[in-house]
Design a protein around this ligand. Structure first.
Ligand code: SF4
Length: 358
């Protein structure tokens, strides 16, 4: 299937290309207080190991800026300073060497300070992300309807785009987030229609567990399938590493990026001969670190498994004691159930299945 693709301008944050047809970027955010510097460096390294390509760092106060500056020097990927409320703090982030700064149009006002920030951002070639969120657009505790949230998120973002453009800043990434899937999708559809800047997508304050994951996946997938979205960040009440893993998995299941083999497995039924859930968990642990992008099937019975998973490049169908390894629905060999996964990995590592044909 060929997905529609919105045309966006291309931005560069150091060596990272965002938008303009570049692969959708996986973004993450540090959860540590940056003043706990050593643990922040460790978290940053873990994120990069998981495949994070751009790391956002909260700068809540002036006292965090020197630590941010030190972190820039340590980081193998570009960092984005995350600033709310204060233009002077955003300016300090630029002075510290930030290649990109996120500002919030919901809680930062226009005026002289904003213009000074814009001038300095332009001089330093900083990419500015205009990131609106639903938590900061209501005034005086007013309660907004879903329609009002969408309208305000999109109009605040578009107003800020205009303000920055008026100051000559066109190195922008934009986007709006809500904790509601439909609000997030609707607001970003409007923003995407009204400008050509790359769009950062994600859902905010999703919560934890499967519901949070579903919220993020629903909104991000809906937008990406419409061709909207150049960078993604999954937000979860979970570890930052898990956020990056899920972000990558969303891009992979949509067929937008390829990071690791894809495992498909059957839902099981009365014909199933093994503890398939356990087998698949084991397969994920052993297969996901492998490069390439083959579709691997793990099926619960030899009777229907190879046929049901005909689209898989390679698969295992389990019997009572023996399993069959198959390729594109055709039998390759019989092996014992116990050795099946190791045998499959041996074949995967062989020349016929090097992952380059995925
Ligand atoms: S592959 Fe076999 S065990 Fe799995 S759902 Fe199909 S028939 Fe049932």
């Amino acid at each position: 299937m060929i997905l529609p693709q919105r045309r966006s301008k291309q931005m560069k944050i150091e060596n990272l290309v965002v938008g303009g047809g570049a692969p959708v970027v996986v973004e993450g955010m540090l959860k540590q207080d940056i003043k706990k510097f050593d643990t922040s460096v460790e978290e940053l390294r873990n994120l990069v190991r998981e495949g994070c390509e751009l790391v956002r760092v909260a700068l809540p106060t002036r006292s965090t800026v020197p630590f941010f500056k030190k972190l820039i020097a340590e980081s193998p990927v570009p960092l984005m300073a995350d600033v709310h409320f204060s233009w002077s703090l955003a300016r300090e982030a630029i002075a510290s060497g930030a290649p990109s700064v996120r500002v919030n149009p919901g809680n930062m006002r226009r005026g002289g300070e904003m213009r000074r920030f814009a001038k300095e951002a332009q001089d330093a070639k900083v990419v500015v992300r205009i990131g609106a969120n639903s938590g900061s657009i209501a005034e005086n505790n007013e309660r907004l309807s879903a329609d009002e949230v969408v309208k305000r998120l999109s109009s605040r973002t578009l107003d800020f785009i205009k303000l920055f453009e008026d100051e000559g800043v066109t190195t922008l990434i934009v986007g709006a987030k809500s904790s509601s899937v439909s609000e997030t999708v609707s607001a970003n559809r409007i923003i995407a229609r009204e400008c050509e800047y790359p769009i950062h997508i994600g859902v905010t304050a999703t919560g934890a567990g499967k519901m949070a994951l579903l919220k993020s996946a629903s909104a991000i997938s809906t937008l990406l399938l419409e061709g909207i979205g150049d960078t993604v960040r999954v937000s979860l009440t979970d570890t930052s590493e898990e956020e990056v893993r899920i972000g990558r998995q969303i891009l992979q299941v949509l067929g937008l990026r390829r990071f690791s083999p894809e495992i498909i497995s059957c839902p099981t039924c009365g014909r199933c001969k093994v503890d398939l859930q356990r087998v698949v968990e084991e397969a994920e642990k052993r297969l996901f670190p492998l490069p390439g992008w083959l579709k691997i099937a793990i099926m619960g019975c030899v009777v229907n498994g190879p046929g049901e998973a005909r689209e898989a490049d390679l698969g295992i169908a389990y019997g009572v004691k023996k399993a069959v390894i198959f390729a594109k629905g055709k039998k390759v060999k019989y092996v014992s159930n116990i050795s099946a996964l190791s045998e499959l990995i041996k074949i995967l590592n062989g020349s016929n299945f090097d992952g380059s044909k995925g």
